[in-house]
Design a binder for this molecule. Structure first.
Ligand SMILES: C[S@@+](CC[C@H](N)C(=O)[O-])C[C@H]1O[C@@H](n2cnc3c(N)ncnc32)[C@H](O)[C@@H]1O
Length: 350
């Protein structure tokens, strides 16, 4: 639990350091602790989480609510150096739990985050193996078996325990202008299990502009369904936590926000290379007003007759209703289509 002794209130910090919001950095602060406490409570951050990473900590009130959960390892990444004195002061009050990184989350080298968190290597396979062993033990109700392995002194994390200890929680009131590019980058890294996404269990609690949140969570039945829904849902379970009215932010933006929770699927739907998948989905969503039949007609006009034959043959097996539009196609079906292009070496038109 964070001791508030000697810590200035966030409102005072904002005044003292003249931390006016910069619109080019999408800065809309939350200065009400009841609101940040509620966000953290619904995120289910657990004191056993191996690492919590906050993106865009700003003046640090959400950071304080996160620290109040009793977590033991947290990194806050902030791009705007004006917030560093306030964040450093907070870090000192936590005696090493909170570490601050002054960087751009879009460009940061993730190994820096892991080094700073004192987890330079993550033995993902070992953690997964241990977790399944422990789950088995738990399921068989065998008592008195201490099946946890501690780190071997080589900086390699080898923890088990029902999955919790191998968990990364990524949280942030995301800067609206970089929220979508950040999410796409993270999904690609999650697919490849790169950087901080090497953790076997990854949960993200993220605040988005309401429209973006709706798109991320949109199912095939929703008109808001878009490229981002297809990509995110191919890798994560999506939960819309709740909507946050615009008047909780200072300054007040024009739009409301939505809190979204993404839990990385242990068996992702995405089973084809993510970059190719993205290319195919982008092509179809770039023509979202057209029917699938019209889109395939354009594709076929740009490939060789042999490739056309192969595509027709395989499309029949997919049994898609070609009168539909791209938003009716699930992530799973887009994976199947991508596979057809890859396995038959059919050129994908750009
Ligand atoms: C919407 S504000 C949220 C601030 C604070 N977490 C809160 O809830 O009051 C977004 C924060 O992200 C920071 N930011 C913007 N772009 C960033 C980037 N690329 N990498 C890291 N931080 C960024 C901004 O400086 C700002 O502090």
């Amino acid at each position: 639990m964070l001791s508030n002794k000697g810590l200035l209130s966030v409102r005072d910090l904002v005044k003292i350091y003249k931390l006016s919001a910069k619109s080019q950095l999408s800065q809309n602060f939350i200065l009400d602790k009841n609101v940040t406490d509620k966000i953290v409570k619904s995120s289910q951050i657990d004191s056993n989480d191996l690492l919590v990473v906050e993106v865009g900590a700003g003046p640090g009130l959400l950071t304080r609510s996160i620290l109040d959960t009793g977590i033991t390892n947290m990194i806050a990444v902030e791009k705007d150096k004006r917030f560093l004195p306030a964040l450093m002061q907070l870090s000192e009050a936590t005696r090493g739990v909170l570490k601050i990184i002054h960087d751009d989350m879009l460009k940061i080298d993730h190994s820096l985050i892991l080094q700073k968190a004192n987890i330079p290597n993550i033995d993902t396979e070992k953690i997964i193996e241990n977790n399944s062993k422990i789950n088995k033990i738990n399921n068989n109700s065998i008592d008195n078996i201490d099946s946890r392995e501690s780190g071997g002194g080589d900086g390699m994390v080898r923890l088990g325990g029902g999955g919790r200890e191998g968990k990364l929680h990524l949280i942030g009131n995301l800067p609206f202008n970089v929220a979508s590019p950040l999410l796409v980058q993270w999904m690609k890294m999650l697919y490849k299990r790169e950087g901080i996404f090497k953790f076997p269990n990854v949960i993200m609690t993220l605040m988005f502009q309401k429209e973006v949140g709706d798109r991320i969570a949109a199912s095939v039945k929703d008109p808001e369904r878009s490229r981002i829904s297809v990509l995110v849902q191919s890798l994560c379970e999506v939960r819309k936590v709740y909507q946050l009215p615009s008047n909780i932010f200072v300054p007040q933006p024009k739009v409301d926000a939505t809190l979204i929770q993404l839990t990385a699927l242990s068996k992702p739907v995405l089973n084809v290379p993510v970059d190719k998948f993205e290319e195919v989905v982008r092509y179809f969503y770039g023509r979202r007003r057209k029917t699938l039949r019209a889109i395939f007609k354009t594709i076929k006009s740009r490939i060789s007759p042999t490739e056309q034959g192969l595509l027709d043959y395989n499309l029949e097996k997919l049994e898609w209703d070609l009168t539909l539009r791209p938003e009716k196609i699930s992530s799973e079906e887009f994976c199947k289509l991508t596979k057809i292009f890859i396995e038959n070496s059919i050129t994908f038109p750009t």
